[in-house]
Design a protein around this ligand. Structure first.
Ligand SMILES: [Fe+2]
Length: 442
């Protein structure tokens, strides 16, 4: 498949059904992996109980696909309020009269039955919500995004490991550590990607100066060198907000790292093992990423620079859908979809490199950028302001590219994620960039 726009109605219906089934299999695996107690308890104040995420997935699906698209009677209108993410903070959700695990499973299954019914008769036309199956695509992405959130809850859960996956492919050293991205305009965002969300739209011309960007995310080895050099206790490398936070939160290393003797160990889904040197560092905040970059004599890329490094093809002047081209991600391109439970080492995906030779932009770790989250010029709310518009502003930093826990359905080179600059429970790392000096351009 090249793009959803090329599919006929029947094939689009099959594609939607397959995506819905795939996302539900993942949600089921994440919730079946633990017992009832682990489903209802709160593993961290930062996260909802897993059973809340699960029923919330079903509730959003009911609101948009059963009631709105299908025009059907509510399955359970009495619970809408409980699963409205804007009515109850994550930390308060355990106190709510939530559906128990068995009831939640019955509810999401009943909603899904009705959705397949609706899908049978839906014609993907007549309303913008239906163009290219957008409403279904939005719900697939919503479920996959909550699955990644549930995976982050698993990472915070204490107890014996319950998740398992094969290791990622081996890495290999890259020929160069950074590449020059030429200055000038390129096409950023999209107006044609059928399932792109409102904040990725519209396509527009964006300009950068020439800059260098790292060909790989910053590795554990490099990050450990920053720690060993006293990075966490040297105010010079930190912004004012970052320095205040690192002291107040007493940060000394990425989250889930612990020093045993001379070596760093990490706890990953309940498995404690030595940190692997050539894997991208993960579970660092924006502040830590920014401090590392300054220590390294570099800086974080802006969101515009990140997208240009990912999409711009200097041979044709056009922007690709993905770094490697226009075709959907396969397991040769990127580490996505929880296929592996960790970032892959640097150089593990040569087929996924961008036209400019930048590796592992998609998958492995979300990458912090230096940009605040804002709407592009021409932004229009669609289909609801709570999807992204209410988050626009300087409190949030943009992350790009998706992690090993992000599904291919919910990641593109135009996809934008955002979070608070202090967050570390998400699967976030970063790569560095720097301005090109005049002497380097001749
Ligand atoms: Fe949600």
């Amino acid at each position: 498949m090249t793009s959803i726009d090329d599919l006929g109605t029947d094939r689009l219906r099959d594609h939607v059904a397959a995506q819905l089934t795939r996302s539900r299999a993942r949600s089921a695996a994440l919730t079946d992996a633990v017992d009832e107690h682990d489903l209802v308890r709160q593993h961290s104040k930062l996260m909802s109980p897993l059973v809340w995420d699960f029923a919330h997935i079903g509730n959003q699906e009911e609101l948009w696909l059963v009631r709105d698209v299908g025009g059907r009677e509510p399955v359970r209108s009495d619970i809408d309020e409980l699963y409205d993410a804007f009515k109850h903070s994550r930390s308060s959700r355990p106190e709510l009269p939530l559906l128990g695990p068995a009831e939640a499973r019955r509810y999401v299954a009943e909603v899904r039955d009705k959705v397949f019914d609706v899908l049978e008769t839906t014609r993907f036309e007549g309303r913008r919500l239906l163009d290219g199956g957008f409403a279904f695509g939005m719900i697939v992405q919503h479920e996959q995004q909550h699955d990644e959130t549930m995976l982050a809850t698993h990472q915070l859960r204490v107890g014996a490991p319950v998740l398992d996956a094969p290791p990622p492919p081996p890495g290999s050293p890259l020929p160069v550590s950074e590449v020059l991205v030429p200055g000038g305009y390129f096409t950023m965002g999209t107006s044609t990607e059928a399932w792109a969300l409102d904040n990725e739209r519209p396509a527009h011309q964006a300009r950068t100066d020439p800059f260098f960007i790292d060909t790989a995310p910053v590795t554990n080895a490099r990050y450990a060198a920053f720690i060993d050099a006293g990075g966490y206790t040297d105010e010079r490398w930190w912004s004012e907000a970052g320095w205040a936070h690192v002291q107040q939160a007493k940060l000394v290393a990425p989250r889930f790292w612990e020093r045993v003797g001379a070596e760093w160990y990490r706890d990953r889904f309940g498995v404690v093992a030595p940190v692997v040197p050539d894997e991208p560092v993960v579970h660092v905040s924006f502040h830590e990423a920014e401090a590392y970059a300054k220590w390294a004599g570099k800086r974080l890329p802006t969101e515009v620079e990140w997208e240009k490094a990912a999409r711009f093809d200097p041979a044709t002047g056009r922007s690709r859908r993905y770094p490697w081209g226009d075709e959907e991600p396969t397991e040769l391109h990127a580490n996505l979809g929880q296929r592996h439970l960790q970032p892959a080492p640097v150089g593990a995906y040569p087929a996924g490199a961008s036209a400019l030779g930048v590796h592992q932009l998609i998958g492995d770790v979300w990458e912090w950028t230096s940009s605040d989250f804002h709407g592009y010029t021409g932004f229009e709310v669609f289909p609801y302001a709570e999807y992204s518009q209410v988050f626009f502003g300087p409190e949030y930093k943009v992350l790009r590219g998706g992690s090993f826990g992000a599904d291919p359905a919910a990641v593109r080179s135009t996809f934008r994620n955002w979070d608070y600059p202090i967050r570390r429970q998400i699967f976030a790392g970063f790569r560095c960039a720097r301005d090109a000096e005049a002497a380097e351009l001749s």
